[in-house]
Design a protein around this ligand. Structure first.
Ligand code: ATR
Length: 278
């Protein structure tokens, strides 16, 4: 029951209509019987939005999404070391009008991987060198994996490799390099709806010993995931990163263990209404 003591959490983004954070977190709040609500805000001016939020004492936490994950850095009062190293914040807790920023994109990806495999010592190819690739590469290095990056734009691959001290960087055209890897992670948008017939990796380069993680979650099974399955490789679906990132945010906001199975069900029901695999 919502009342004057209800604690409010929100996501700030633009666009925001596609966000599944409200459904996922509200399901978690209900499952634990918490007097909390989660809403989505379409933001046109980040500075003014944050000033307004800080002035409203019952808003306790903010999730930050595209295009504000880097822009929000300058408004944060206490920056977690991992968010600082990655250079992006995606969740903020508010106490006495002070903003504490963390990054859960990397933990989301790492937990999704760890559900299937040990990461330490593994050879990992990260495809792409954008924001998501930065967060994931940071997590992989922290877990002491050996990481190479392949990107369409070579310069961005080289900058990312230098930033995180990676083991190699290549143009995407040299993708046969991935044959000797243990884990392949696609962080590019290639294969995302509506271009579901595309894959960033040619099927000749996917082998049965690979673990293939595509962080794209629409569609549920990307072309890359379909190829990997056909080749007998293990696969990890993109929604898992959203789920585990959300789990960490929920726990940071509430101080309680996230009801992960309930959150997963809500996520799946909203993303893939006809899916019956859970
Ligand atoms: P995000 O925050 O989701 O990581 P981003 O920072 O815009 O998004 O990064 C997008 C990534 O997808 C980049 O690595 C981009 O490659 P470039 O650095 O060459 O731009 C990659 N990407 C997007 N479209 C691509 C395409 N058609 N082919 C190959 N890579 C593509």
């Amino acid at each position: 029951m919502l009342n004057s003591k209800t604690e409010i959490f929100c996501i700030l983004g633009n666009p925001i209509a596609h966000s599944l954070s409200p459904q996922m977190h509200n399901a978690g709040f209900q499952a634990l019987n918490l007097n909390c609500i989660f809403v989505a805000f379409l933001v046109t001016n980040l500075k003014e939005a944050l000033a307004g939020i800080k002035a409203i004492r019952n808003i306790k936490g903010i999730v930050v999404t595209v295009p504000f994950k880097q822009k929000v850095l300058k408004y944060i009062d206490f920056l977690d070391i991992t968010a600082k190293d990655i250079g992006a914040v995606n969740a903020i807790s508010i106490k006495n009008s002070k903003l504490s920023g963390i990054n859960t994109d990397w933990t989301g990806a790492i937990e999704a991987l760890e559900e299937k495999t040990n990461i330490t010592g593994k050879n990992v190819a990260v495809i792409g060198a954008g924001g998501a690739a930065h967060a994931i590469s940071y997590g992989l290095v922290k877990k002491r994996a050996k990481v190479i990056v392949l990107n369409r734009t070579y310069k961005k691959a080289s900058l990312m490799a230098k930033k995180f001290n990676l083991d190699g960087f290549y143009n995407l055209e040299h993708q046969s390099k991935i044959k000797s890897m243990d884990i392949i992670i696609n962080t590019t948008s290639v294969g995302m709806e509506p271009d579901t017939h595309m894959s960033p990796i040619h099927e000749n380069n996917i082998l049965p010993h690979h673990i293939v993680f595509d962080i794209i979650y629409t569609p549920h099974e990307t072309k890359l995931i379909k190829i990997a399955k056909k080749k007998g490789a293990k696969v990890i679906h993109g929604y898992k990163m959203v789920l585990y990132g959300g789990k960490r945010i929920f726990e940071s906001f509430t101080g309680k263990k996230a009801p992960i199975k309930i959150m997963e069900k809500v996520l799946i029901n909203n993303l893939y209404p006809s899916y019956s695999g859970l």
